[in-house]
Ligand binder design. Structure first.
Ligand code: AP5
Ligand code: MG
Ligand code: ZN
Length: 212
């Protein structure tokens, strides 16, 4: 199973990717999480990506494609993987096709901008593994620490309201067109993201024809 989760910032890509990846026992490749780790480790890639991410802009395609190529070549991807937050431009999508990284299915998690802006103020993320939580919709079991790894929960710098609005603008300008790209390839399915997390998961599994 090679799956792309497409959707606006805050649509729930990371949340659903974690659940589906555990169920299918395949890895999630989140370019956002990989870049944030690179920033923490102060690598060359991290230093280059930081100014784009802090401003809510996209990181250049060549940086992203390098990251993805390296990651999908690893052993744990041989039975499939979930791409969370990549591709994000037509150029990235075309480059993946050209490289023979052919996806089975592309799920677009659909949700209005106004709902997203409200959601993002409550998001907390694990500083170690990148897992997403929400103060009311998806609280951690123990206050302030990640269920999965015990890491500290923090507010993402790019979740400031102005930066969220900028990220939504970039999504509509550069990423939303991917729906047409994958629709032409016959791979696109739409998922209603404006419902409780479990209901979104149910619809995702149904779209993938996986038993609940
Ligand atoms: P990235 O980390 O991918 O951020 P994003 O796409 O903006 O998406 P988010 O991670 O913010 O949201 P999500 O859809 O994962 O939602 P989540 O599940 O957390 O990218 C960050 C930056 O990196 C980009 O701006 C760019 O600079 C760079 N970058 C990354 N990839 C790139 C690429 N390919 N090309 C170029 N640049 C790239 O959920 C959000 C919140 O809602 C959480 O609090 C969650 O608990 C809650 N929630 C989830 N589902 C529900 C629900 N159904 N009901 C209620 N609450 C819910
Ligand atoms: Mg995410
Ligand atoms: Zn964690």
């Amino acid at each position: 199973m090679k799956l792309i989760l497409l959707g606006a910032p805050g649509a729930g890509k990371g949340t659903q990717a974690e659940i589906i990846a555990a169920k299918l026992r395949i890895p999630t490749i989140s370019t956002g999480n990989i870049l944030r780790e690179a920033i923490r480790n102060e690598t060359q890639t991290g230093l280059e990506a930081k100014r784009y991410m802090d401003g809510g802009m996209l990181v250049p395609d060549d940086v992203i494609l390098g990251i993805v190529a390296e990651r999908v070549a690893r052993e744990d991807c041989k039975n499939g993987f979930i791409l969370d937050g990549v591709p994000r431009t037509i150029a990235q999508a075309q480059a993946l096709e050209d490289k023979g990284v052919c996806m089975d299915c592309v799920l677009s998690i659909e949700i209005d901008d106004a709902v997203i802006e409200r959601r993002m103020t409550g998001r907390r993320v694990c500083a170690s593994c990148g897992a997403s939580y929400h103060v009311t919709a998806h609280p951690p079991r123990a206050g302030g620490v990640c269920d999965a790894c015990g890491g500290e929960l923090i507010i993402r710098k790019d979740d400031a309201p102005d930066t969220v609005r900028q990220r939504l603008k970039v999504f509509h300008e550069q990423t939303e067109a991917l729906k047409g790209f994958y629709e032409k390839l016959g791979k696109l399915k739409l998922i209603n993201g404006d419902q409780p997390i479990e209901a979104v998961t149910r619809d995702v599994l149904a779209a993938l024809e996986i038993a609940q």
